[in-house]
Write a protein that binds this ligand. Structure first.
Ligand code: IMP
Ligand code: MG
Length: 165
C-alpha cells in the first residue's frame, strides 16, 4: 500500500530539538542518575538519539511495551501491556519515561500508574511530539520536543501498521 507522505520536520530540526532536551535532562539529573524507560515500539529511535546526546551517567535503560492503537489511525482507547520492566531496575531511582507521541494520554496514564507501582523516587515524562487536540486525560510533559496538530504522523520510529518507521 502506498500513501502520500508530507515531510513535517527536517532531520536537522529533530536533531536540534533532541539535543536541547538532552541538555535540559543533563542539568536536571546531574546529581541523580535517572532510569530511562522507553515506550516500545515507537520511541526506540528517539530514545537512541536522546541517550547519545546525554552527558550525565544514567542508572539504566528499560523498555515498556504498550499499545493503544489497533490497525488504524485512531486510538482504540484500550491500552495493552506486552512487556513490563523489572522492579529492581526502577525502585528507589528517578525515572524518565520516553515516549514518541502523546495523543489521548491514555498510554502515558497507564505507563505512569504501572511505574508508580514499582516505587521509583520520581517519574518525569519526555516526549518527542505532543498532539494535544485529542487529549482524554490530563498529562504533564516535562520535556517536550514539539507540539503538532491532530494529524497522523510516521517516521523516526513511528509507524502506521508497522510500516514507515
Ligand atoms: P495515546 O495513548 O492516545 O496518547 O497514544 C499514544 C501512542 O499512540 C503513541 O505512543 C504512539 O505509539 C501512538 N500514536 C499516537 N499518535 C500517532 C500518530 O500520529 N502516528 C503513529 N502513532 C501514533
Ligand atoms: Mg507509542
Amino acid at each position: 500500500m502506498h500513501h502520500n507522505l508530507i515531510p513535517l520536520f527536517s532531520a536537522d530540526t529533530i536533531a536540534t530539538r533532541v539535543k536541547a532536551l538532552a541538555q535540559r535532562i543533563d542539568r536536571d539529573y546531574a546529581q541523580d542518575p535517572p532510569v530511562l524507560v522507553g515506550i516500545l515500539k515507537g520511541a526506540f529511535v528517539f530514545l537512541a538519539d536522546l541517550v547519545r546526546c546525554l552527558d550525565i551517567p544514567i542508572a539504566g535503560i528499560e523498555f515498556l511495551s504498550l499499545s493503544s492503537y489497533g490497525s488504524g489511525t485512531e486510538s482504540s482507547g484500550q491500552v495493552t501491556m506486552h512487556l513490563g520492566v523489572s522492579a529492581a531496575a526502577v525502585q528507589g531511582k528517578p525515572v524518565i519515561i520516553v515516549e514518541d507521541i502523546i495523543d489521548t494520554g491514555l498510554t502515558t496514564q497507564m505507563a505512569i500508574a504501572y511505574l508508580q507501582s514499582l516505587y521509583p523516587t520520581s517519574i518525569a515524562l519526555c516526549a518527542l511530539l505532543d498532539k494535544p487536540d485529542r487529549r482524554q486525560v490530563p498529562v504533564t510533559i516535562d520535556y517536550l520536543g514539539m507540539t503538532i496538530p491532530d494529524r497522523f504522523v510516521v517516521g523516526y520510529g513511528i509507524d502506521f501498521n508497522q510500516q514507515y518507521r
